[in-house]
Design a protein around this ligand. Structure first.
Ligand code: PMP
Ligand code: GLN
Length: 380
């Protein structure tokens, strides 16, 4: 068999979780909460199962859930998406990303990915036969920023798609209104489409606002906007997400979606629809995670780790160069095996080998877990 993805091995998230388990380390590597979701959400799903909502839903998703999502987007970002023709329920954000890319990237097309980048974008573009063009974020004491002049310079006549991610994994960077303007300047007058990964939309700190591309009419008209309930409701294992996109894009998305998964499990969709009637859980998420971020940052201040800004998401990046001269992979393995705290090397989010001396911690953990990790890190 000739591999379709010859450069791909097991994802760094699985590798580090396995190593954490083997070494009995506190796992601050792979991004997922170690606490449970709201029991009311479980009850809502169980109620749907008990009432017999257990057969295929509509291919596009349960209407009540699509309506709840449309209402939320309007309330939060001021754009109205038609629940019938512009919102589709997916098997997590991962399937939304793959499907969006498969439906618009043709063999030979170029797609721009901004690094560091979540690990599913590049393989998805390659599976579509596209050519990945990477642009690296600038790093300074102010954190990671997108150099839009370099993105503009990467655009060619073959560019079909630009992938953006805000709030950004792994850096936590949040795009600002002027970032959206810069992106609009780049795509104006072209037929470039946008894929906006907004799975951390409700994890924004210090009063900074999430700039969903749906707020920006010019960008929204060419964007697939992706989100995931896994992040928002602490249920990463449920793998339910959605894509919001103008009707013409959604129609093409659904052609691929119906042969990709066809539908996403029914009772979870009904449970989520009922649970979404109350906006409190996602409106309270910024404060919930900001407290954990602050607790974790405060604890790290006694170490020689240099803290990078953490504006959003549930990740904290640190520069460890005052502690060790090891490469990122080696340092991550050492920290896991010898100190007992698992992390993710940021180099895993780049195509070309590189070592910036930066690793990512996930702070979506119980306070006791964060404290246990801080106790182990205190000596560094
Ligand atoms: N995009 C980003 C930036 C993520 O961090 C994740 C979570 N791993 C995903 C997409 C995938 O989300 P899901 O688990 O809903 O497929
Ligand atoms: N999104 C999570 C992270 O960045 C994990 C995703 C995965 O395990 N594929 O850590």
């Amino acid at each position: 068999l000739v591999s379709r993805l010859p450069k791909v091995g097991t994802t760094i998230f699985s590798v580090m979780s396995a190593l954490a388990a083997e070494k009995g380390a506190v796992n601050l590597g792979q991004g997922f909460p170690d606490f449970d979701c709201d029991p009311a959400l479980v009850d809502a799903v169980a109620a749907a199962m008990r009432s017999g909502l257990n057969q295929y839903p509509l291919m596009t998703g349960v209407p009540a859930l699509r309506q709840a999502i449309a209402a939320k987007i309007t309330a939060m970002y001021g754009r109205s998406y038609d629940a019938g023709s512009e919102i589709t329920i997916t098997a997590g954000a991962t399937q939304a990303i793959l499907t969006a890319i498969l439906c618009c990237v043709h063999p030979g097309d170029e797609a721009i990915v901004i690094e560091p980048a979540y690990d599913s974008y590049v393989p998805a573009i390659e599976l579509a036969g596209g050519r990945v063009v990477t642009v690296q974020m600038d790093i300074s004491d102010a954190g990671y920023r997108v150099p839009w002049d370099k993105v503009a310079a990467a655009v060619t006549i073959k560019t079909r798609l630009i992938v953006v991610n805000t709030p950004h994994n792994p850096t936590g960077t949040i795009l600002r209104p002027d970032d959206l303007e810069a992106l609009a300047d780049i795509v104006r007058g072209t037929d470039i489409l946008l894929l906006s990964d907004e799975v951390y939309e409700h994890m924004v700190f210090d009063g900074v606002r999430h700039e969903s591309l749906s707020r920006h009419p010019e960008l929204a008209q060419r964007a697939f906007i992706v989100s995931s309930f896994g992040k928002t409701y602490h249920v990463t294992g449920w793998k339910v997400g959605y894509v919001a996109a103008p009707a013409a894009l959604t129609a093409e998305f659904r052609k691929v979606h119906q042969f990709n998964v066809f539908t996403v499990n029914t009772p979870v969709q009904h449970g989520l629809a009922a649970y979404m009637a109350n906006p409190a859980p996602y409106l309270e998420l910024p404060a919930f995670y900001q407290r954990k971020r602050d607790l974790f940052r405060e604890g790290l201040k006694t170490t020689r780790f240099k803290l990078l800004p953490a504006e959003g998401t549930y990740f904290q990046c640190v520069d460890y160069s005052a502690i060790s001269g090891m490469g990122e992979n080696e340092f991550a393995q050492w920290l896991t095996a010898e100190i007992g705290v698992a992390v993710i090397p940021v180099s895993a989010f780049y195509q070309e080998p590189r070592d910036s001396g930066i690793v990512r911690f996930c702070f979506a953990k119980r306070d006791e877990t964060l404290q246990a990790a801080l106790n182990k890190l205190a000596a560094l």
